[in-house]
Design a protein around this ligand. Structure first.
Ligand SMILES: [Zn+2]
Length: 55
């Protein structure tokens, strides 16, 4: 699978039963990303991981 933007190789990420692909070369992602304040994004990811491991 290659990036539709830059034809580089994509990386697959998964969290629980949700998976997506992103391009480390140009930043392409196959899911729409809501642009929130950058400082809040690591926090929400940490919360998601905490929920995942608590179950
Ligand atoms: Zn790319």
């Amino acid at each position: 699978m290659s990036c539709p933007r830059c034809q580089g190789s994509l990386e697959e990420l998964s969290l629980g039963d949700v998976s997506t692909v992103t391009c480390p070369h140009c930043g392409f992602a196959d899911v729409p990303v809501e642009h929130v304040q950058e400082e809040e994004e690591p926090e929400s990811w940490r919360d998601a991981f905490n929920r995942f491991y608590e179950h």
